[in-house]
Design a protein. Structure first.
Length: 239
């Protein structure tokens, strides 16, 4: 694995021909979730059966959180007190109409990252899959809808429908895009119904959804990783 700076973001690169992202193989870009360290998802490269030569790129969120443990980071700030209050009251959070204050800046930062990427690595966006977990999933969904990069696929691990007034009108332009989506039935951070709403909105707009629910919470279980490997093999074979 090696580290690099792209568009003002630190990133970790692994896989490829040499374990450090070498070669011109397919690329999977994965963004971690809120409150996680920048290397949170790096281990997925070792346990997911992706096509031979696949390179894995893990951008690190720019915001550092003072949470008293580790290097917790975020793409934008979340009101954790509200989440805890909703959970205590048994209220289901509906994020579909919310546009977080920090989303526009996070979108700009990720856009700069993607723009600079070909200057540092050999990359064919037609052989590139982008996605993430939780907040990282929602940011990549936003980025895919707001850009015209010809990605081979989008990965949504425990994400939710967000910013529907912005996202909704943009979805149909991505008609046919392959989307891998997973969510735990007992997720108490981002509700299952929010994932269903995202799935249904994307499906209605003509995107090809590969949907996987599981009996669990806010996590990425081993069966989902197997299914993700199958998804990667399938979509990259078509690209």
């Amino acid at each position: 694995m090696r580290e690099l700076q792209l568009g003002g973001l630190k990133a970790r690169l692994t896989g490829g021909q040499d374990g450090q992202g070498g070669g011109r193989g397919p690329l999977l870009i994965l963004l971690h979730g809120f409150g996680a360290p920048g290397d949170d998802l790096v281990s997925l490269a070792e346990v997911t059966d992706a096509p031979t030569g696949t390179r894995w790129l893990f951008p690190e969120a720019p915001l550092s959180l003072s949470m008293g443990f580790g290097d917790a980071r975020a793409w934008w700030i979340i009101d954790m007190a509200r989440i805890q209050a909703d959970r205590a009251a048994g209220r289901v959070r509906d994020l579909s109409m919310e546009i977080p204050k920090g989303l526009a800046l996070a979108r700009e930062q990720l856009g700069t990252f993607l723009k600079e990427l070909p200057r540092h690595l050999p990359v064919d966006f037609r052989k590139t899959v982008i996605g993430g977990f939780s907040q990282g999933a929602m940011l990549t969904c936003d980025a895919v809808l707001q850009t015209d990069y010809p990605f081979a696929g989008l990965v949504q691990l425990s994400g939710n429908l967000l910013a529907q007034p912005v996202w909704g009108p943009l979805m149909s332009k991505r008609r046919g895009l392959a989307v891998f989506q997973s969510h735990g039935l007992h997720d108490d951070i981002l509700p299952y119904i929010g994932a269903e709403r995202l799935r249904d909105a994307l499906n209605k707009s003509g995107l090809a959804i590969d949907w996987h629910s599981f009996r669990g919470g806010h996590e990425i279980p081993e069966p989902v990783l197997r299914q993700l490997g199958d998804f990667m093999t399938r979509v990259l074979a078509k690209s």
